[in-house]
Write a protein that binds this ligand. Structure first.
Ligand SMILES: [Fe+2]
Ligand SMILES: [Fe+2]
Length: 164
């Protein structure tokens, strides 16, 4: 039976539908960064960013499953193009850090909306993402520091392995 009473606020639902696009956009951006490294035979750096890309797709799927569960209807947005033409590893990773910071701001805005609308189901759902963003921003900062240290990127792969 179709719900007549929406489970989450319509304003939050609209933001979450947009967020699917941001997460899938991040998926594609990370594929581009991974490919940038793969093109230079920096295979462990490539694997790290391809893994990150897979996580972003999973973030999108988490939102998709949630929206379906709460009875929302939606389409998928067009994604922005993602170029692999970075000037340096530092530029690629700085870009990633910038996206992660903007995604953090997007989830903070959604949490504000959920609280303002007394949408406790939506607010609860957002907790996982807020926590995840702390980790994502922190690890991108770490990778940026590593490449900016001037270490040879092939030698740095040994450090990536240790971090697992
Ligand atoms: Fe994400
Ligand atoms: Fe992310």
């Amino acid at each position: 039976m179709q719900n007549t009473q929406p489970m989450i606020s319509s304003q939050l639902a609209r933001k979450l539908k947009e967020q699917i696009g941001h997460e899938l956009g991040a998926h594609q951006q990370y594929l581009a960064i991974g490919t940038y490294f793969a093109q230079q035979n920096l295979d462990k750096w490539a694997a790290l960013f391809y893994q990150q890309a897979a996580e972003e797709k999973e973030h999108a799927m988490k939102i998709v499953r949630f929206l379906v569960d709460v009875g929302e209807v939606f389409d998928f947005p067009a994604l922005p193009a993602a170029s692999t033409g970075f000037q340096s590893a530092a530029e690629a990773i700085a870009k990633a850090l910038e996206w992660e910071r903007s995604v953090t701001a997007q989830f903070q805005d959604m949490a504000k909306i959920a609280l303002a609308e007394s949408d406790f189901v939506g607010f609860q759902f957002l907790q996982w993402f807020l926590e995840e963003q702390v980790e994502e921003v922190s690890s991108m900062e770490k990778y940026l520091d590593l490449v900016e240290s001037g270490i040879n990127l092939f030698q740095a792969e040994a450090l990536l392995e240790e971090e697992g």
